[in-house]
Design a binder for this molecule. Sequence first.
Ligand code: PAF
Length: 284
Amino acid sequence: MSALPTVRTIAALRETVGAWRKDGACIGLVPTMGALHEGHLALVRAACAACDRVVATIFVNPAQFGPSEDFQAYPRDEAADAEKLAALGVHLLFAPPVEEVYPPGFATTVTVSGVSDGLCGDHRPGHFDGVATVVSKLLLQALPDRAYFGEKDYQQLQVIKRMVKDLDIPVTIEGVAIVRDPDGLALSSRNLYLSPDERRVAAQLNQVLQAIATAVAAGASGDAEAASGRDALIEAGFESVDYLEVRDAETLAPVDHPEHPARVFAAARIGRTRLIDNMPVPTA
Ligand code: PAF
């Protein structure tokens, strides 16, 4: 049993965090959907290093899953997650039930246009509305000084940064670098779905992105490199490629020959698993 104090209501969360705030503590928030891996733990470590008090949240948010997506099957193991969070020094876990977050009569959706369009926005309709809605709620419930999100979900990070700016939410959003397995596969809770054969194929995603990023940095066309990268992924064993594109790192606008920081973004499907990854185009 973990010794991590856990609250399940917004009132209890506010009571604890409010007392810390009165004492002048710097408060960090790490929102997650659980099934914690080293990628999440990197967020927790960054929060614990910079903040006096750290709240982690575990909430599998139904609003960000499409009707044919894996909401029911999404891995859940709160006890194991709580052990990991306690070991790293997290002070409080907020793990509310669905009805605490979305009570009867709930009728508000937060939509961030522009950065939500394209990439995952095109392939997961409503996904970023669900993310922006729940993250705005979590930020307003906990009122942290800093909140931590992984660069693996880079479009999500840009959506959250835009939302916080546009809604004047008084929090600093911190992006944390992707954590990868030794063969380059970005850590994801959904990697648990991969069979051993699929896991071997999955590592190619990182290699294809790396090759594109290197070629574009050397002056090649992002569009042309992405087109051959798509063929390479199918040849490697992916069933389909939702997108493989070079985009501006801040606005997420498509770019062929980037003049500002850019990243390569991909989502590809293998068996029942959809993997996403991204990486920067190196600059001189
Ligand atoms: O990245 C995630 O795990 C989720 O999208 C988040 C930010 C916790 C919102 O549900």
